[in-house]
Design a protein around this ligand. Sequence first.
Ligand code: FAD
Length: 383
Amino acid sequence: MAPSLPSRPADVLVVGAGFAGAIMAERIASVLDLRVLVVDRREHIAGNAYDELDEHGIRIHRYGPHLFHANSDKVVAFLSRFTDWWPYEHRVRASVGEQLLPVPINLDTINARYGAGLSEGDVEAWLAAQAEPMSHVRTAEDAVVARMGRAVYEDFFRGYTRKQWGLDPRQLDASVTARIPVRTDRDDRYFTDRFQALPAEGYTAMFARILDHPNIEVRLGTEYAEAAAHAGHRHLVYTGCIDEFFERRFGALPYRSLTFDLRHEPTPGGATVLPVGQVNFPSEDVAHTRVTEFRHFQPAEPRAVTALAFEYPSATGDPFYPIPRPANRERYRQYQVLARTRSDVTFVGRLARYQYLNMDQVTGQALATFAERAAVIAASARR
Ligand code: FAD
């Protein structure tokens, strides 16, 4: 089918209708008063944060559970212009042996798994006694073993990391596991950010409001190359994969992907199946890494059905997680140098910057990028 022409020429073409693209489009349309065409190759807005109600009224996150958490008042204030919030604190359990244990590891995890009988003040000393001191912490395995010892590593990290990345933790940067928190108290919340909530009517509704501006036109199911030929734009905001933009001239930037198996199960008593929204499976005896029960993400209500997403890491599919290895970072730096030569293009978002970003971080990045690039965008678009 021949691509149809935009109904009016755009000053700026934005590729991607996720957080980065939608926020840039809104800022350019409302602050600079320029006409923006937003395209996305998917058939929906909201990028990976896309959610929808299933036939049972359960809100499903199509690309895995998306829990919003932030410490930045600026980020929360910006998004709050487009949504009300439903307070939600995420909790996760790990299935280890016959037990469901809190993660991040806390006092209760250690006592339940290792019969340690500790109180709050004892945890650091217990960890230090388990730890295997090392002069150089190089790998993801080193980072855990040097801090918490081998038993904790084998129970909670080794299998999960091997499944998640398709690589042994010895082959991965220490950064993959270095910042994983251990709690010395009983706090079993997955995040500790000041603000934790979900958009009251879902992410997709929030994105629809962000993009609802007379200067913005949205075209879905549309590739960048197809739109570029007809948009008539003078500036491009690109939130897709940077290696794809430059036709992979330095080689592909590798990603880890996921497949999701969505299952509906009857819940005759009306209650949920899992005690919390997410259960992780570190064991390599099962192929999935985690299971999400979406009913926990909305106000509790007895229902006859529940919806569970089983996640399977995969080498192919949508680009989800940049693979954290030095060679990949080096390759990205080559693309970054090339990107800096293009004043007509603004590269923003997790794919264009080849970095894992949470939703609050990508919101902050888009707002900061707009502030830095507004003058350049305005000048190039008005030429
Ligand atoms: P995206 O949302 O990926 O949007 C980019 C868009 O560009 C896509 O829709 C894509 O189709 C489009 N596109 C790319 N190339 C082209 C092209 N050539 N032509 C047309 N369109 C194109 N963050 C949290 O804060 N909390 C969470 O709990 C959380 N959970 C996550 C779970 C998973 C499984 C994953 C993968 C991520 C999770 N995130 C979470 C991160 C969150 O998804 C990102 O912060 C967010 O999606 C980044 O927005 P973005 O606009 O940069 O990218």
